[in-house]
Design a protein around this ligand. Structure first.
Ligand code: ADP
Ligand code: MG
Length: 418
């Protein structure tokens, strides 16, 4: 009664929408950045699966709606998961207000709650962990369905019970494993190709920087020198002095922008040395303290142990300066706090720089690190890009977490030197 082609048909109904989504929609930025599009596909898959269930010869109805339902939670977020749950309930209600409806209500609401408990963890874990979690969650759901069947369904064909349940459990577990494997692989592939594009962009900007920035720096130095001489003239009016000071500050700004460009041009980190992260950050905090004060912000450095890494001292400082500066600039009201922590995770050190500023939307975060992306009047849109590049050259990783109106956290992971 439980034949393999039955299962293949149900599997096909789940896989086809998934492939359509990943072969077309996932490749477009607008769709990929809005997870609810994926949720929509899950909902469509649910409707298709429930519309074409398999009628087993024992009279039981069987379909794989659990799979897209779970995917909606895991890959489109809690809200789409709830939508998918409601969809299942409403659709099941229209099929019939019978025992089956109550089984569905019981099983999906209670296992939905279990998923809710797991959801935040799912984002951060590795591929293996995700596979394991999705298998567990599927098993929990299937278990609730089975409990529901045993409890609510009165005239269930008892003789076929064990084999039906075995078929039910195994087919669901196999399917979720296949589906999560496919999704994770495709997402990884897409991420890599995006990274490649980003690297390509970086290269172009870097080359441009190398040719232009250097040429500008020399005349700038000459101008700076002469301005200095002018300023020392005793016969200047106060108005002239303040004008000259303005020129100097603007020159300084221009120089800083050029330095940003020049550090982009350096493709490989040279001169690696053994650096104590703790010292480096204490140093940076000293430099940034007055800037922070100016913005009504305090910097709280919680690092009290040494972490030795192999890096270029100046570049490393630049990373922390850029990130702390961004944090300070993100504070809109007074009493902002920048918190800096570090901890060892296996053979890496993870530095955490958090602010309680205005935060970023998902879309902003995606654009972060691409050349010239800035929301500031006087911004260059190069700061974070330089950070990404420097950390990448050190075989490290930068991760950004942000919530609008709550703040932003930069997580920098670097390999420790023993
Ligand atoms: P710039 O600081 O010159 O604008 P960056 O590359 O440093 O360039 O930052 C790019 C943009 O990313 C900023 O304009 C800002 O909108 C956003 N951003 C960066 N860091 C933060 C942060 N900690 N909080 C909020 N927004 C941030
Ligand atoms: Mg910046």
């Amino acid at each position: 009664m439980f034949t393999f082609d039955n299962y293949l048909f149900a599997l096909l109904l789940v896989l086809v929408p998934l492939f359509i989504y990943y072969s077309y929609f996932y490749k477009k930025d607008t769709y990929r950045q809005q997870p609810w599009y994926f949720g929509l596909f899950c909902c469509v898959t649910i409707v298709i699966s429930m519309s074409y269930p398999l009628e087993l010869s024992s009279g039981h109805i069987y379909d794989l709606r659990t799979i897209p339902w779970l995917l909606a939670f895991l890959y489109a977020g809690l809200r789409m998961g709830i939508v998918a749950t409601l969809l299942i309930l409403v659709y099941r209600f229209f099929i019939g207000f019978d025992d089956g409806f109550f089984i569905t209500l019981f099983a999906y609401v209670s296992s939905g709650f279990c998923i809710y408990l797991y959801l935040n963890k799912y984002r951060e874990t590795s591929f293996k962990q995700r596979l394991y979690t999705s298998l567990t969650l599927t098993f929990i759901n299937v278990l609730f369905v089975i409990i529901g069947i045993l409890y609510f369904l009165e005239n269930f064909n008892q003789t076929l019970l064990p084999s039906f349940f075995a078929y039910f459990i195994i087919s669901h577990l196999v399917t979720i494993a296949i589906v999560v494997y496919i999704i994770e692989t495709l997402q990884e592939k897409e991420k890599n190709s995006l990274k490649l594009q980003q690297a390509e962009k970086l290269k172009i900007v870097g080359e441009m920087a190398a040719s232009v920035a250097h040429e500008i720096r020399n005349p700038l130095t000459v101008v700076k020198g002469f301005i200095q001489i002018f300023k020392s003239d005793q016969n200047l009016t106060t108005k002239q002095v303040s004008s000259i000071e303005l020129i100097q500050s603007e020159l300084l700004r221009a120089e800083k922008i050029i330095n940003d460009y020049l550090s982009l041009a350096k493709s490989e980190t040279t001169d690696l040395e053994l650096v104590d992260l703790k010292d480096s950050i204490i140093n940076v905090v000293q430099i940034m303290d007055s800037y922070a004060l100016l913005h009504g912000t305090t910097i709280k450095n919680n690092i009290d142990t040494s972490f030795f890494i192999s890096a270029n001292r100046n570049e490393l400082s630049q990373v922390f300066i850029n990130l702390i500066k961004n944090g300070i600039e993100a504070i809109e009201e007074k009493n902002g706090v920048i918190t800096i922590d570090a901890q060892q995770i296996r053979n890496h050190v993870e530095v955490k720089i958090s602010d309680n500023g205005k935060g970023m939307s998902e879309e902003d975060m995606h654009r972060l690190g691409s050349p010239f992306y800035t929301t500031k009047h006087q911004g260059t849109g190069l700061g974070t890009m330089v950070c990404f590049k420097i950390i990448e050259n050190l075989n490290g990783k930068i991760e950004v977490r942000s919530k609008v109106q709550e703040g932003t956290t930069f997580l920098i992971s670097l390999p420790l030197k023993e």
